[in-house]
Design a protein around this ligand. Structure first.
Ligand code: TYD
Length: 160
């Protein structure tokens, strides 16, 4: 697969709505609040304010061995915010027309991924933790695990 160079993801002025799907235009960085303190910094996330969905599930990737790749799938419905809680990694997003590689390394920014986007994660630094806030409970039926099926589904009027 084509490996794009690392670029900066777009920053949102207005968070995308629930119907925004299937395009890299609707994926971008959300700046989270940061309370800086000599005792350590604090960041919080409120559903509907910093993420444009109700958070139904939280999961995290950790102890990722060097060189491992995660993801490699799309979702029909799922909306996600991906945060590098610790360390760094790359997120490759693909909407079937464009592919972009973003490097996440801040625990106070999140990458919002709308539905119908193919995503891959790699280049994990040692000890990194990838947090995902998700709009839906886990549902295998929501996954698109084959790239050609994803591309085909993305151009179909019922799933676009
Ligand atoms: P998967 O989403 O394929 O991982 P990744 O995209 O990071 O490579 O999930 C790996 C396994 O974990 C798969 O068997 C499904 C299971 N899983 C759950 O049971 N619940 C969850 O919330 C997630 C994200 C995965």
């Amino acid at each position: 697969m084509l490996l794009p160079p690392v670029t900066d993801p777009p920053r949102f002025d207005v968070l995308p709505g629930a119907d925004a799907r299937g395009s890299l235009e609707h994926c971008g960085v959300v700046e989270l609040p940061r309370i800086q303190d000599r005792r350590g910094n604090l960041t919080f996330v409120e559903a509907g304010r910093h993420v444009p969905f109700d958070i139904q599930r939280v999961y995290y990737l950790y102890d990722v061995p060097g060189g491992a790749e995660r993801g490699g799938h799309g979702h029909f419905k799922l909306r996600q915010l991906i945060v590098a809680m610790s360390g760094s990694f790359d997120v490759v997003l693909d909407d079937g027309k464009r592919r972009a590689r973003y490097h996440l390394n801040r625990s106070y920014t999140g990458l919002y991924v709308c539905p119908m986007i193919w995503r891959e994660l790699d280049n994990f630094s040692s000890g990194s933790v990838c947090l995902v806030l998700a709009s839906e409970p886990y549902d295998e039926a929501d996954y698109l695990r084959d790239y050609d099926t994803f591309r085909h589904a993305g151009s179909h009027p019922d799933t676009r």
